[in-house]
Every structure is written in C-alpha cells, then in structure tokens.
Ligand binder design. Structure first.
Ligand code: HAM
Length: 425
C-alpha cells in the first residue's frame, strides 16, 4: 500500500485546520486592506537563478530545485521577496511608486525541522516599494502590530526586536572588519541562536575575524541600550540616529511598547540594507514569528535601478503554535442557516426544492439525505453548525406542514410550508 502520510515537513489541511488557516488569512487580508495595501500573486515555480546570492544565505542551500523537461533550472519559491522584485522590474516604468502590495504565498524550504519550522509554510508578505525613510517602516510595522491585536496579542506577549544593518556595519567597521566581508559576517552572525558558541566562533574565524575582534564583537552584542552602542562607537552613528527616529515615531503612533532595540538582530538574508526586525514571543520559546526589514539594493542586484523597499514575512506555522500555547485560538465551526431533513424517500424532492429556494433567498442551506432518525438528524445538524433544522415528517407533510427547529433556543414550530417560504425573505 502506498504511504498515505503527507510528504515529510508538509501539512494536510482537513476542514478544521483550513478554517483556522482562513481565519488567520482573513486577519492578514483585512489588516492589509485597512492600510491600503493591494494583493498580488505569482506562480510558485521560479527560475533558480533568482535565488543565487554570493553571501552564502542559508535560504539558497535550502532550495527545492530541479531541472524540468526543457532543461530549465527551476525552484519552488522559498520566499516571496525575489518574486516581488521580479514583478516590479518587469513593469517598473508603468508602475506608480510608492507601491503598497501584499501577498500570502506558500513557500518551500528544505529546512531542518524544529518546532515552528516546516518544509512548507504560508507567509503574509507586506511590502512598500519606492518609499525611502522611516515613514514606510512605521506603516509596515504598524500594520504588523494591528494584525497581532486582532489575534489577541499585545506587548505583554510579543515584542518586535528592531535593529539596523547600518548600525551593524558601523560596529563591524569599528572593530576593523573590511567592508567587503560585512555581508558574509552578518549572515554567520544570524546563526548565533542556532549553533553552539564554539561553532559560531569557528565560522567567524573562517570569515577572517581574529580572537580580539571576536571579543570586541561579543562585547557589542551584549549591549542593551542604543545609547550604550552609540557611546562605544564614539562617532556620530547614522544607524543609531535612524533607529532613534523610528522608535520615537512608533511611540507617536501609539505602538512604542511593542518595540525594543536589540543589537543581536541581524537577519539571515543578505539583501537587507537598513532597518531589520524580528517578532518574538516574550517567553522566547519559539523561533521568530515574523521577520523583515529594508532592502534598498535588491532590485539593483537584479540589474534594475535602486528602488528603496521595506517589508516583512509573517509565517502561519509559528503564530498558530503560539496562539495554541496561549489558548487564544478561536473556536471556529462551520456555519449554515438551515439544514433540511427528509425522513422518508417521498420527502426527498421536497427537501431538494426547499433547500434550493432558501439558497435563492440568500441563505446557506443544506439537505441531509442520510439521517432518517430524529436523534441522529439533530446530532448531525449540530455538527454541521446549523442554526435551524427543517424536519420533513410524513404526517406533517401530508398536511402541507414542516417542523422548523431553532437549534440554539431548542424550540420548534409547526408551520405551513408555503407560509414558511413566504415568511423567510
Ligand atoms: P524570513 O525570516 O526568512 O524572511 O521568513 C519570514 C517568516 O516566515 C519567519 O519569521 C517565519 O514566520 C516564516 N518562516 C520562514 N521559514 C519557515 C519555515 N521553514 N517554516 C515555517 N515558517 C517559516 C523572509 O522570507 C523575507 N522574504 C521576508 C521579507 C519580506 N522581507 C522583506 N519583505
């Protein structure tokens, strides 16, 4: 017999799981609309070349890639940002910037599986393209926080850890690491939470860091306040200034509590150029819930002009785990207004007709042809999430009557069929 389980690291969505996924997607869609973002999409298959990066990003190593029958090198997208860049570059002249676009793509990564990390996930992507400076930061981060509020999460449960690649660049400059090594060093630094300190030290040594440089780097990474970092750097720091401004603007729009400066946030993707952030649960028991940042040079690395851009990716896996842990998952049931039960074969045509008439009137209606006993019919109606059951019983039907049962109030009424159909508008 063939193995019926889903491919390792992928999920099946039975109706209860799909209801939950839809609930999450609805929050994402509603929040995007609230902030004036428009939805886009593209094919899950992309050219492998779109993901080739020099800095040694982990995402490139995790690619599901293959050669098709026409000898093209293709990949299942591991993230949406390169696709977004491709869409924009194709129509760059025709598009009116700044663009505020969102998408909820399924992404694939051949990842070592841990809690909250699978080989397939859906990811809400919200990006602003063509808007430099912190106003775009404030918009995308505010949308992120509003979506969390809709899920019942606030600053007591989650926090957005914010940093700036420019500040990290200044730190690396300060400890004497040449500019061309900054990106690969940052990609390694991002592994800090995933590998043992000795392995990390060895990987940094491979990137040319000396013992004293490593010590200085660790001293910076242990700093907690932005002032402390600024002070240690000595010179006026552009990165610190940008962060300071962002934190104060976020306070101005009322989201100051959720943000915290965190010098250890680096992000594993090499295309980030400025603000970087990660959403973490306060108990820090799970991997990052959401990650994003500013990537002002990505479009130019594909041969286009420099167009400033910022956004984030917010996956469905970690957040559902967290909401489950916190007992914040909604109790979702399927919903139907009427379910019609014919109790014998003679009533089947009437059941088909009544349910169809109800649908024409705009109700959600179903007919159940398998439950011929009252107890089972009421049980089924409850399972189907029905508000009302319409019971077609031989004696009543002979008199042109039906029994309408209100399943919430547990009351029932005998009414003439004609009259019932006239009454229900
Ligand atoms: P990322 O940090 O690689 O960024 O992924 C963003 C989010 O996607 C993560 O925080 C997590 O919620 C989810 N995620 C990633 N990998 C997995 C996985 N294997 N299993 C479950 N969930 C996962 C990006 O992808 C950037 N392209 C985001 C972005 C958009 N930056 C700017 N715009």
């Amino acid at each position: 017999m063939i193995d019926l389980r889903p491919v390792r690291g992928t999920r099946d969505f039975y109706p209860p799981q799909l209801r939950l996924r839809q609930w999450l997607f609805d929050i994402w869609r509603r929040t995007s609309a609230q902030f004036g973002f428009e939805e886009y999409d593209a094919c899950i298959l992309e050219s492998e070349a779109l993901y080739v990066r020099k800095a040694g990003d982990e995402i490139t190593e995790q690619l599901y890639s293959f050669q098709d029958k026409g000898n093209r090198r293709l990949a299942l997208r591991p993230e949406m940002t390169p696709t977004l860049a491709r869409l924009i570059l194709q129509r760059e002249k025709a598009l009116g910037f700044p663009l505020k676009w969102f998408s909820i793509p399924q992404c694939f990564r051949y990842e070592r599986m841990t809690r909250g990390r699978k080989r397939e996930h859906y990811q809400w992507n919200l990006d602003i393209v063509g808007q430099p400076g912190n106003v775009a930061e404030v918009e995308v981060i505010s949308a992120l926080i509003m979506s969390l509020e809709a899920m019942g999460l606030d600053a007591s449960r989650v926090r957005l850890h914010v940093n700036d690649r420019r500040l990290l660049g200044e730190v690396l400059d300060h400890i004497g690491i040449p500019a061309e090594r900054h990106l690969p060093v940052m990609v390694v630094m991002d592994k800090r939470d995933k590998v043992a300190p000795e392995s990390l030290a060895a990987m940094l040594a491979e990137q040319g860091l000396t013992g004293p440089q490593l010590e200085k780097l660790n001293a910076f990474l242990a700093m907690e306040g932005l002032d402390e970092v600024q002070h240690a750097l000595g010179d006026e720091s552009a990165g610190a200034r940008a962060l300071d401004d962002l934190l104060s603007l976020m306070g101005r729009v009322g989201f100051g509590d959720t943000l915290v400066f965190d010098i250890t946030v680096v992000r594993g993707l090499s295309y980030y150029t400025g603000t970087v952030f990660e959403l973490r649960d306060r108990s820090a028991s799970l991997r990052a819930i959401c990650g994003g940042g500013r990537y002002d040079s990505l479009l130019s690395t594909y041969g286009g002009p420099e167009i400033p851009a910022i956004g984030f990716g917010f996956g469905d896996v970690v957040i559902l785990e967290l909401l489950g842990d916190l007992d914040l998952l909604p109790d979702l049931r399927s919903e139907i207004d009427y379910v019609v039960f014919p109790f014998s074969d003679e009533q089947v045509p009437a059941a088909l007709e009544i349910s169809q008439q109800l649908r024409r009137k705009g109700y959600r209606a179903d007919a159940d042809f398998g439950s011929r006993k009252l107890k089972r019919a009421l049980q089924r109606a409850g399972d189907m999430g029905a508000r009302h059951a319409i019971l077609l019983m031989p004696d009543e039907m002979a008199r042109g009557e039906i029994v309408v049962r209100d399943l919430e109030r547990r009351e029932e009424q005998r009414v003439g069929l004609e009259e019932f159909l006239k009454q229900t508008k």
